[in-house]
Design a protein around this ligand. Structure first.
Ligand code: DGL
Length: 267
């Protein structure tokens, strides 16, 4: 009989962005097996309607549940915006909850920047969650409709990256000169943190995945759910072509046991 503690941690994202959560797992929870699902075929999610995002996210959750995961990290901010509308037989961890908490711990200024997808900024969950913990921090946000897709499929196109980073971030920093910290409120953005820091060297970047994995670690420890096999496996599934993951895997220095294409039955 299989022991629940040794089941994998499920991670889902609209594309390659959630690999930043896999990196955080490899730093803080190396003993855990991971099953990752990125819906690169249907991304970007950030430009879709709330109904469509909830429908797609529900399919991703079902897939991971069928893989027998013990918990699911919603590595995608866009999906996490709708966590209240998602059902699951296992515990779901919102990356927005984690990112908002991290910001409240780190930010000492009266305002913080946020870059995310349009769906995430429209929903306002970062603003809502930060206000719950610290009502004195202003959130100044902007969204990019193009950057996540560029990161998913044209990661090494530097001129295009730089142009799109400036386009989303310049208005935020111009609007409020007090901003010294920036929440990377789209899972894809920590993948290009070096490019962001190259343009804005004085801005402190907050990667919510680090706090999300930290919260997962506390949960697994508290509930005696840490994997004790000493033989963790990392399996990545994508709904698009596997070669599209090569650039991100290389850039993030990830070692994976399997990278597989999967077809999801979504009409
Ligand atoms: N992964 C999504 C997020 O974290 C963004 C990418 C998309 O638009 O699909 O918000």
């Amino acid at each position: 009989m299989s022991n629940i503690m040794n089941e994998p941690v499920g991670i889902l994202d609209s594309g390659v962005g959630g690999l930043t959560a896999v990196v955080a797992m490899q730093e803080a929870l190396q003993g855990e097996s991971i099953v990752y699902l990125g819906d690169s075929l249907r991304m970007p999610y950030g430009n879709k309607s709330p109904q469509e995002i909830v429908k797609l996210a529900s399919h991703l959750i079902r897939f991971l549940e069928d893989c027998g995961v013990k918990v699911i990290l919603l590595a995608c901010n866009t999906i996490s915006s709708y966590i209240d509308k998602l059902e699951s037989s296992v515990k779901l961890f919102s990356i927005i909850e984690a990112g908002a908490l991290a910001a409240c711990e780190i930010v000492k200024e009266p305002s913080v920047g946020l870059i995310a997808t349009k769906a995430t900024t429209d929903m306002g969950m970062y603003e809502f969650t930060i206000a719950k913990h610290n009502p004195y921090i202003d959130v100044v946000s902007n969204s990019s409709a193009s950057l996540p897709k560029i990161i998913d499929s044209q990661l090494e196109n530097k001129p295009l990256l730089y142009e799109n980073i400036r386009e989303v971030l310049d208005p935020v920093l111009k609007k409020d000169k007090r901003i010294k910290s920036l929440i990377l409120g789209c899972s894809h953005f920590p993948i290009i943190k070096n490019e962001i820091s190259h343009i804005y060297p004085d801005i402190r970047l907050i990667d919510p995945a680090i706090k999300q994995v930290d919260m997962l670690k506390s949960y697994l420890t508290r509930n005696n759910l840490l994997n004790d096999t000493g033989d963790p496996k990392i399996t990545l599934f994508t709904t698009a072509e596997t070669y599209e993951y090569a650039a991100a895997i290389k850039r993030l220095n990830l070692e994976v046991d399997a990278l597989l294409k999967v077809a999801l039955d979504i009409d």
